[in-house]
Structure formats: C-alpha cells, structure tokens
Design a protein around this ligand. Structure first.
Ligand SMILES: *Cc1c(COP(=O)(O)O)cnc(C)c1O
Length: 464
C-alpha cells in the first residue's frame, strides 16, 4: 500500500477551528435554483407569504441567493462545541479489506445523541424561533432522526416541540419516540385525528401507515392554526443546506490541514441536506472554476428521485399545503414500498441540488437495499462503527468506486459522508441478517402513478 497520505486515523480540528460562518453555495451558482411558487397563483413566494409558516430569519436565509457567508450566532456555536468538530476518519481497515489503491476518508456526523447530522440545522432553527419569541415549533419525522435532533435543540433553547411521526416508524421505532419524549417533545403518530388533513387522509386511506409527505401536511396545519408556532423542516430547504455547510467547511479545513486532496465526494441523498452541506465549499470551488471534483449523490433504487424522477414543480407534501418547489420528484403521491428501511424515502429533492445536478455539476447513482446492507456489514466489521442505513448508501458507492480503482490501479482519493449511526435501525439489520430483506424496485407503472399526482397546467403540461 502506497503512503500517499501519512495522516492519523482520526483527523480532528481544534475547537477554535469550528467554522464561525456558514457558506451559502447559491451565491456562486450562475444559474440559481428556481423559486418556490404559490400553488394558487404560480407566483414566486416572498417573505410575506412564507412568514406565517416559517420563522422570520429563516425566511430571509431561504430567499437569499446572494450572501456568501453568514455568521454563526454565538449561542449556536456554543452548542456546536458540545459535539463538534466531528472527525474526518481515514478508513484504513476498509481500504485493507478491499485491497484497493484508493484512499478512503469519511466525515463522521454520528457522534451526538440524535445520532446524525440533523442536529446542525435543528439547533439553528430552534435558535431563530426562540429569538423571534415564539412558543414552539412543529415538524414531521420519518425514521426519527430529525425529530430527535429537533427535540434536543428545543430542550436546549427552551421551546415547545410538536412532532408528527410517520405511523409505521412510530410503531416500529418505540425507542426513538421515547428519546424524543425524554427531551420534552410531544410525539403524535401520523396520520392522526388531531388535524383536518389527517382526518381526511385517514378517511381516504383507512389503515394507512403514513408517509413523510402526509406528516408534513399535519405539522404545517398545526403551525399555522396555533398562535406562537412555526413549522420547521429538517431537509430539502435552502436554509437547511446553509446550516449543514458546517459539515463541508470542517471537511475542507481538515483536508487542507492534513494535505488530503479529494478526487471524489460521495453522500447519500434523501432530501439533500447532508450531501448539500458536505459538498458546499467544494462545489463553490467547482462553480468558481478553481478546482474539479467528481461529486456523487447516492439514492435508494426504491425511491429514485434523481435517477428516475422528473425535474418539474411539485408539492413537498401529500396534502398539497406546501409551496411548489422545482425539483427532481417522483410525484407527491409516491410512497416507496414499506419494506424500504430507514430514511431517504422523500419523493422530492433539494431544489439547489436539483439545479446543480441538472446543470451537470454532480452525478447520481441508485443502489439496492441488500447491497447497501452488505456494505454496512463490511464497514461495521472493519471500521467498527455501526452505520445508519441511510449513510450506508454512501458507503456502498464509496466501496464500489474503490473496487473500480482496484481494477484500473488508480489511486483516487474518496471522501464520503457518514451521516449517522444505526442503533435504532436494528429491525432492518435483523431482516438483513435473516435473509428476509426485500429489494423491491418500482416499475415504470409504479412510477407513473406517482407522476400522475404532479400538478399540471390547464393544457396538461408540467410547470417548469
Ligand atoms: C435524514 C438522514 C439522511 C438523509 O437526509 P438528507 O437531508 O438527504 O441528508 C441521511 N442520513 C441520516 C443518518 C439521516 O438521519
């Protein structure tokens, strides 16, 4: 094995090297992402339209495509110090097991109680809600990581937290639910009979196990009908990518400090927040023509928004209460097969990443569930960390790329995002260990049903 990098196994930054600013990748995009549209008028949504739903300063961040850097408020930075900087790890044992000339590094975001990167944005969103003098926030959670992160952030800043949790996860992941309740959140299984939209969905689909889109509709309804509440979202939005840029800025700082030059940057993509954050400063260099990186989004074959979706305007939720976003979408009625494990089940994708993907600044691959868990198993056995199923999509592709290097003899440097740990996902691991995991991939007919739900103009064309 060559000694291209002589670096420690865990590359830490010092506390004083935690970024003091977030980076807004939109400021360097020549072609900006399309604006959110009012579904009634098809006009771009401005601050006045968004403020009843979202916190004021977060609305300002959402709409700001120009400012390159935002100061991270001290109160948020103070909490970041509890669990950041997160280490950049050299996957030496994985490299050995693969017998590859590639050099593999991963940024590990699972070192906090919520177990994922989502805390980076939850803290920011709770902070701005508190600053505005609100009583509390509402949100949805699928697999549970976002709800957990938000409950931690709300406990820290003293805010009430109402979480609508997709029913199937509420029932299958009782421990996640209890972590949220321990931090003081009120957790309701969705669809529920506590909202109008929930009651409608229950009537139309009795016995449904819920979906993220449906939980979003309920959380938004509760926020707009309760004084002193706003809705917060853990992914997809521009503001979330802004907060998550802390991942990429730290990764870049560690790469610079230890002399690592990535060729490839890989991340899993659900709504796009960890990937958008990880790649942010690297994408900035690419957009400004200062450097080139092969950037890869990895999604599940069971929910393939980038690789098989349409780049058009769609609702972000099943109940059609959100604005329209132009994004790669499978249709807001698309519900991935129930046996798909973990997150990454959202029908759409971050508008920013959608535009960057559309313009050829990054590529996307889809991977099958059993192959993902094989990668997770190898990673756990060699690197010691039990990865979240979502993160394991990135591991799968990192391994595949490292194995290609073995064929060609190329000594590529691969950096991937390890977004979290999988301790609450043992039902999925159990299926894998028992050989009962299912790799259902939607057929074109399945996808056509989802596409049929995408809104169209009166002449039948999509809104683009
Ligand atoms: C939520 C989550 C993801 C996917 O969400 P993105 O917004 O695409 O980052 C990935 N990994 C973990 C551990 C998560 O909790």
């Amino acid at each position: 094995m060559s000694k291209k990098y002589d670096v420690p196994y865990k590359m830490y930054l010092e506390e004083k090297e935690i970024p003091k600013k977030w980076y807004n990748v939109r400021s360097d995009m020549k072609v900006k992402q399309a604006p959110l549209l009012n579904p009634g008028t098809l006009q771009p949504m401005g601050a006045a339209d968004l403020s009843p739903v979202f916190c004021e300063e977060l609305v300002a961040q959402e709409l700001d495509d120009a400012t390159a850097y935002y100061d991270i408020p001290d109160e948020i930075h103070d909490f970041y110090k509890i669990y950041r900087p997160s280490p950049l790890m050299h996957a030496e044992y994985l490299e050995k097991a693969l017998d590859t000339p590639a050099h593999i590094f991963y940024k590990f975001e699972g070192n906090n109680t919520s177990g994922s990167h989502k805390l980076n944005s939850a803290l920011a969103q709770a902070y701005y809600a508190k600053k505005q003098g609100l009583k509390g926030v509402t949100t949805e959670t699928g697999a549970g990581q976002w709800g957990t992160a938000l409950s931690m952030a709300c406990a820290f800043f003293g805010l009430d937290c109402k979480v609508y949790m997709v029913k199937v996860s509420y029932e299958q992941k009782p421990f996640r639910r209890e972590v949220m309740r321990t931090y003081g959140a009120e957790v309701t299984p969705s669809p529920s009979d506590t909202t109008n939209i929930g009651r409608e969905i229950l009537k139309a689909h009795p016995g449904t196990t819920g979906s993220l889109g449906c939980a979003i509709s309920e959380a938004v309804e509760v926020a707009v009908t309760n004084e002193g509440y706003r809705y917060v979202l853990g992914s997809v939005l521009n503001q979330v990518l802004l907060h998550q840029s802390v991942i990429g800025l730290e990764t870049k700082a560690a790469c610079d400090k230890y002399g690592i030059k990535p060729d490839m940057i890989i991340g899993c993509a659900g709504g796009g927040s960890n990937l958008g954050g990880l790649i942010a400063p690297f994408m900035g260099e690419k957009l400004r023509g200062e450097a080139d990186y092969d950037i890869i989004a990895v999604e599940p074959a069971s929910c393939p928004s980038f690789t098989r979706g349409k780049y058009v305007y769609d609702f972000c939720d099943t109940g059609m209460v959100t604005p329209l976003a132009k994004m790669y979408t499978l249709g807001h009625d698309f519900i991935p097969s129930a046996n798909h494990a973990g997150g990454l089940r959202f029908h759409g994708m971050s508008p920013v990443l959608s535009q960057l993907y559309h313009d050829g600044y990054m590529r996307a691959v889809s991977v099958e569930q059993t192959e993902v868990f094989k990668a997770a198993e190898l990673f756990a056995r060699t690197e010691g960390i039990l990865p979240a199923p979502e993160s394991s999509h990135a591991i799968r592709t990192a391994i595949d790329e490292a194995l290609k290097c073995k064929e060609t003899g190329e000594e590529k440097t691969i950096v991937f995002g390890l977004t979290g740990t999988g301790y609450f996902d043992m039902v999925a691991y159990e299926q894998f260990n028992n050989g009962t995991m299912n790799d259902y991939i939607p057929t074109d007919e399945d996808l056509a049903k989802g596409f049929a739900s995408i809104p169209k103009r009166s002449d039948g064309s999509y809104i683009e």
